[in-house]
Design a binder for this molecule. Sequence first.
Ligand code: UDP
Ligand code: MN
Length: 278
Amino acid sequence: ATATIAPFSTDLDDVFISVKTTRHYHHSRLPAIINTWFQFAKDQTWFFTDRDDPYFHNQTNGHMINTKCSSSHSRRALCCKMSVEFDRFLESSRKWFCHFDDDNYVNVPRLLKLLDNYNPREDWYLGRPSIPTPLEIVRQGSESSKRSKVRFWFATGGAGFCISRALALKMTPVAGGGKFITVGDRIRLPDDVTMGYIIEHMLKKQLTVIDQFHSHLEILKFLNKDTFHDQVSFSYSKGPRDDWNIVKIDGFSIRDDPKRFKSLHCHLFPQASNCPHR
Ligand code: UDP
Ligand code: MN
């Protein structure tokens, strides 16, 4: 038999998956993750929060990390969490850092298949922008004559993104050991934008656009069911009244599964526990 030698073979243990959360969302958001995709990546996924929570500590086999960052939705608090996520990845010996929000469903096998196309010893920033053109900011120099426009892309944090270890190591002098917060303070922009600024502007490495990452900034019902297997991440959001932005999929009732994570999970993995086997 002829063996095809795959150039890279990404193992689950090569990936550090971080999920940003906050004390206010533990009960409303974490169970939907823990009961679905977390089951496929229990040892690889960590939740970054802002309070010790013995109940979820237990539910996640000790994978809750108290960042000691503020629990406000302030730009600074979010950059603080991203900084801790990044530093924890650096301390791990893993090849890939993948960040998600606590309203993301991650299609774990598909994520591995995606990463398999890229060499973690090269510089890779994989994700999906949510704006049609690069962000343009005006950098204030010390003198007004030093003002200059800076344009860069950034991957939307709410869709998830991945960074290779090689790139993370190059980022370390400017973003490691808490310095990510300093950069965020300087440009006064959110954590995902700060990430794009560091990688695209400071390091001159380009974002590779991956259309299979999805945030609730998209209209999720437009995603075609026949392509769900190919998508890396999904999300949901609750609009005014009962008008949710959710993936259109049959399965559990809206009442039992308002976020559609359980239905998605059973669609993708019919043999998973908690799925109605036939
Ligand atoms: N978040 C946080 N602290 C807060 C509010 C939100 O860490 O005070 C996290 C939240 O857990 C989620 C992300 O930030 O992972 C985005 O929050 P949310 O979905 O509420 O807002 P969005 O920016 O998506 O509208
Ligand atoms: Mn969100």
